[in-house]
Design a protein around this ligand. Sequence first.
Ligand code: ASP
Length: 338
Amino acid sequence: MNAKKRILILYTGGTIGMVPGREGYIPDSSSFRQVLRSIPDLHHPDMAEWELEQFSPLLDSSDITVREWNKIGRVIARDYDRYDGFVVLHGTDTMAYSASALSFMLENLSKPVVFTGAQIPLCQLRSDGRDNLINAMAIAASGKVHEVCLYFHGVLLRGNRATKYSSDQFAAFDSPNAPHLADVGIQIGYHESALRAPCQGPLRLTEFEEIPIGVLKVFPGIQFDLFASIMTERLRGVVLETFGAGNIPSYGHALLPIIEKAYRSGTIITVCSQCPQGTVSLGAYAVSKPLRDVGAVNGRDMTTEAAVTKLYYLFSRHLTKEEIKEQMSRDLRGELTL
Ligand code: ASP
């Protein structure tokens, strides 16, 4: 008989373990272990062995910062040899950012790190947390997955391709530019060709530094001069959420001086699209040419979540500006289609 797999459940906070408070749902550190004890499937003979580690304090994921990403990364690196896989319970609001961040932070991964959570807390009727947790555990123990991923309501997604697209449906996440890694029904149907192979070599953790990074979403009528004051040399990287295939307004040449200022200040400009599906193609339309002319990085089909966390990662590795630009447009962890 094969030895049972060992999984570490890391509870960071989020709806899955929240309880109703006077001002709305809040995380509760005292009851979560007891809640897990009361789920029969977690004690089923076919369930992997597991241990629980809780963050202190537990957070609504709106409060997650670079510090918590580092904390998750440090726990996984510390216990990497003790467990076969890791399930990270996390609030849904910023789960896609955290899954992206960890995908970059953990280099040479050969074990699964599965993020999941819930739209309704485990302590409430009709919670989706139990199914999400039990399936995430099965995936973490399957031996099939060797990357950071996100499981939610029947779909397993690459962490750095996932995005939250519903605030009130159980099916809250998708990866519009990448195939599902698995679809879960009676069987867990893994899509072998979409899964990353296990990496060789020792795990390497790059902790993130608190780099000043911005995201600027363009919209019709945007008054670019309002943003000139933030485009200083303090801003190390900016993700521009542009229209369609990488287009920006050209009226009055308003944006160009600001983009040029950012460029002269050494800010790395990465161009992503406001469209959840499809890719940026700089130069396809005349209105995107100025971005190409100032050396903006073509973010192609990266999500904003992936672009932001990749900037954190590359800056934290103290690469040169040219190296960062080169790596931003390269596929490092399956986050971008070339
Ligand atoms: N506000 C919660 C959080 O992100 C929402 C959730 O978990 O679904 O922590």
